[in-house]
Design a binder for this molecule. Structure first.
Ligand SMILES: [Zn+2]
Length: 248
């Protein structure tokens, strides 16, 4: 018998604005959307930023058409959890590279949105088992942490600071959803159904995966129940928390 995973501490929910930055449409729906629904239900403002439009994600659909379909699905999916606006950075799906230009694009969004919390996806090498994480996820997560610091530095990407745009150093923490090193969690018991609906909104994508008998509810339940056990609730979403202040 292996030892059970350690308990998850509730995340800090004393904030007003969160920006979720992920590589692909659907990344947030595979686990975080129910937490987003909880936060918007508390009156918080949440924005979505998609680094790519997932245009390389459906084998049977060429990128031009796929981009249109997936952007539309992401906008519907976001609306179902109380997120009215989705930004698409338009970087190339499947071949993102960690580097200065990726940091620059994300830093601009952080400066525009001025979030207290930035949510991204797991960017560790694995999901905790033997399956390796995907290259875009790793590039985006690493770039998010760096871009949050860049956004606060007046002398980094200073050509962005026109037309009233100012540096923003107000991000307190970056949260990586579903990390195998998660330390914190969000009770999603009350908003679990909204999270399921949000994943179901990616119908063309789910269809395109060709997974026979894929059931969004069943899929999300597995992870949510495991995380829930670590918080003593029915369902939860797990996050690895990276403090963005000094001295932690
Ligand atoms: Zn993805």
């Amino acid at each position: 018998m292996s030892t059970p995973p350690p308990p998850l501490e509730p995340v800090d929910e004393t904030w007003d604005r969160a920006l979720c930055v992920v590589a692909h449409p659907d990344d947030l729906e595979f686990g975080s959307a129910a937490a987003v629904a909880r936060w918007t239900g508390q009156g918080k403002t949440v924005g979505y930023c998609m680094v790519t439009s997932g245009e390389a994600g459906i084998d049977g659909l060429a990128p031009g058409e796929c981009r249109r379909v997936r952007q539309a699905e992401q906008i519907s999916s976001a609306a179902l959890v109380g997120v009215p606006e989705v930004t698409f950075l338009g970087l190339p799906d499947g071949v993102l590279e960690y580097g200065v230009s990726l940091r620059e694009a994300i830093a601009l969004e952080v400066r525009r949105f001025r979030p207290d919390i930035v949510v991204t996806g797991n960017f560790r090498e694995t999901w905790g088992g033997r399956n390796l994480n995907q290259a875009d996820h790793i590039a985006v997560g690493r770039a998010v942490v760096d871009a949050v610091r860049d956004a606060g530095n007046r002398w980094v990407f200073q050509d962005q600071l026109t037309a009233g745009l100012e540096p923003w150093d107000g991000v307190r923490e970056v949260w990586a959803a579903g990390s195998p090193q998660s330390t914190h969690g969000v009770d999603t018991t009350e908003t679990f159904d909204a999270g399921v609906a949000s994943l179901e909104a990616h119908a063309a994508y789910i269809d395109g995966l060709g997974w026979e008998h894929f059931d969004p509810r069943e899929f999300l339940e597995g992870f949510a129940r495991q995380a829930g056990q670590r918080m003593g609730v029915a369902y939860a979403a797990s996050f690895e928390v990276f403090p963005m202040g000094f001295g932690e």
